[in-house]
Design a protein around this ligand. Structure first.
Ligand SMILES: Cc1cc2nc3c(=O)[nH]c(=O)nc-3n(C[C@H](O)[C@H](O)[C@H](O)COP(=O)(O)OP(=O)(O)OC[C@H]3O[C@@H](n4cnc5c(N)ncnc54)[C@H](O)[C@@H]3O)c2cc1C
Length: 564
């Protein structure tokens, strides 16, 4: 299954980016921070952050936020790793410097595939790298600002976004994405809510800028980001025009309060020789309370353009669901590896024990199954006519996200099935050093004679951490709801899938219009069966198959094709 380096599924649309793999990895330059620089950069910011009922003095030094900061720092260091740089860096057309791929606007199917691989690798290492949300939001902003300009004439919105993009790329910033409003009563629109602040909205406009208030309920990594992108979370009507606000604010903007919770499990007892994954890496989320936050016009991407919010939400959701696929595939890699190791530590070989091989194959099928949807969404990506950027094919992106959202529970079950009950029943780490019990435990709780006791319990605790702990529950919920609830994906799939084409197909085969409506009323009732979305590989911008696109994958990202 080895894919020749030159073979491809799509290609750079722009000659400036059309570089062979070796050149596609420019050396990291001074403007690209390392993890240590990123940590230091947080000291220059003074956000108002509350955590467990107290104010955080210094985010950079707050123990409860370290697992989240560690995950972001890894994304910075990875860009300086010679083996990973070809994936972690990208070349933006018109810019002379390489940029972090998490801040890159996709210019080809190849970019989308490379982003997919980059996110998968980052999440293999950290569980959830968090920084890819910035990529998804920047892609959406590129599209919506260009769409607004094309509708109104001029280039004001484009120019403002381009200036911001340059600011973000040059500063190598970490961006949090504040889209999900508190929302209030779900059945009502923003302007119908009794608490107006349940959605972020414009309260004042002046020659200098706008003033916004309201609440964003769930923002990943907010305390340890440099800036936050505030975006509407739903399509809006004219009556909701004040809620149609899209802007960037520094994390320490006056009037902004972040109420956060610890990232991962930083407070857990240090164990001895068996570091828990979520003590090292984790993710904080925060509720944002905006109380009359001033935003200068140069950081306002639109204000009041309610009719374009659907463009933004559709674009962000598509990019983000595409990224979520890669993120959870990275998590799947961890489960596959740990499950196989647990079988070995238990003294069973899946090669000969079919009752263990089957669940492992099931785990692989699930992980690579939804990942393949991400690959398909990249391959059949289309070029946005307004911005020129590339957009994953939405049906595949939504199907992939929907698959992982529900199958994450099966992934946990399969890891549990092959591992046995010890993953939640092992005595705690302190027992490993209890002179009264340690020697006996290490003797009687050993299984495979070739695997020392401490190695067996290390894997067992790793699986507990990822699947049967607070953090395990977190991974379930982020998979289910992050990027939108399953209902949102189903709606998109139904809306975008060309059901009408399939109706045509069957009608043609039947050679009689059995499904054709005779009357106008009947025609109106068939809106969905008349849906003829261009679908895959349309002639208006899809990448032609066969162009060079992907960089060679580095060693950590071994995939089926490189195993043969
Ligand atoms: C760990 C985590 C991290 C996240 N990070 C971010 C982030 O960084 N930035 C960000 O913006 N968002 C983030 N989210 C938010 C995520 O996008 C939302 O959780 C998701 O969109 C669902 O919204 P909700 O949580 O408000 O649930 P709700 O909207 O309350 O939905 C609950 C259920 O009700 C259904 N429902 C809701 N409204 C209606 C209606 N009107 N009619 C019928 N059914 C309805 C939904 O389909 C769902 O099944 C994150 C979420 C999680 C869990």
């Amino acid at each position: 299954m080895t894919r020749p380096a030159a073979l491809a599924y799509g290609g750079p649309a722009n000659p400036e980016t059309d570089m062979p793999a070796a050149e596609a990895a420019p050396p990291a330059t001074a403007h690209l921070m390392r993890g240590a620089d990123y940590r230091e950069s947080l000291r220059r910011l003074k956000p108002m952050v509350y955590l467990d009922g107290r104010q955080v003095e210094s985010v950079a030094d707050e123990p409860a936020l370290q697992p989240g900061i560690n995950a972001l720092a890894y994304s910075y260091d990875a860009a300086h790793d010679a083996a990973l740089a070809p994936l972690m860096l990208a070349r933006q057309s018109g810019r002379s410097l390489p940029v972090n791929r998490m801040l890159h606007i996709d210019e080809s199917s190849g970019d989308l595939l490379n982003k997919l691989e980059a996110v998968r690798i980052l999440c293999q290492e950290t569980g959830c790298a968090q920084r890819y949300l910035a990529h998804d939001a920047l892609g959406a902003l590129a599209q919506v600002t260009a769409t607004i300009d094309d509708a109104r004439g001029g280039c004001e919105h484009r120019d403002r976004f381009q200036a911001y993009l340059q600011h973000v790329q040059d500063g190598d910033l970490a961006l949090g994405i504040a889209m999900t409003d508190a929302k209030g009563e779900r059945a009502k629109r923003p302007h119908e809510q009794s608490v107006r602040d349940s959605h972020v909205h414009i309260v004042e406009r002046s020659a200098r800028g706008i003033v916004v208030s309201g609440c964003k309920a769930i923002v990943t990594g907010a305390p340890y980001m440099h800036e936050l992108l505030v975006m509407p979370g739903r399509a809006l009507t004219e009556a909701d025009a004040d809620f149609a606000v899209c802007c960037a604010i520094p994390v320490d903007a006056p009037g902004l309060t972040l109420v956060t919770r610890p990232a991962g499990r930083p407070g857990e007892k240090p164990e001895h020789g068996a570091p828990l994954f979520s003590r090292r890496y984790g993710q904080a989320t925060a509720v944002l309370i905006l109380d009359r936050v001033f935003v200068p016009w140069e950081r306002v991407f639109y204000a009041g353009a309610w009719e374009h919010s659907a463009v933004l939400t559709h674009s962000y959701a598509t990019h983000h669901r595409h990224s979520c696929i890669a993120a959870r595939a990275g998590f799947g890699d961890l489960l596959i590896g740990a499950s196989a190791l647990m079988c070995e530590a238990n003294g069973l070989d899946p090669v000969v024990t079919s009752s263990l091989r089957e669940p492992l194959v099931e785990l692989i099928k699930i992980t690579e199954g939804f990942y393949a949807c991400g690959v398909a969404a990249s391959v059949y990506a289309t070029r946005d006519v307004h911005s020129g950027s590339f957009m994953p094919e939405p049906v595949y992106a939504n199907i992939g996200k929907l698959l992982l959202a529900t199958q994450i529970y099966d992934m946990h079950r399969l890891a549990h099935e092959v591992s046995g009950g010890l993953i939640v029943a092992l005595p705690g780490p302190d027992e490993d050093h209890n002179p009264a019990t340690a020697a006996t435990l290490s003797e009687v709780l050993r299984a495979n004679p070739a695997v020392p006791y401490d190695k067996r319990i290390e894997v067992a605790r790793f699986i507990e951490d990822l699947t049967a702990s607070y953090q395990g529950g977190w991974y379930s919920v982020i998979s289910l709801h992050g990027g939108g609830s399953p209902a949102a994906m189903k709606q998109e799939i139904w809306r975008r899938y060309p059901v009408g084409d399939k109706v045509d197909l069957v009608e043609r085969l039947l050679d009689r219009g059995v499904l054709a409506a005779e009357s106008k009323a009947g025609e109106a009732g068939r809106a969905i069966t008349r849906n003829r979305q261009p679908g895959r590989c349309c002639d208006a911008g899809c990448s032609a198959p066969g162009q060079a696109l992907m960089v060679d994958l580095p060693a950590p990202r071994r995939r089926p094709r490189s195993a043969s």
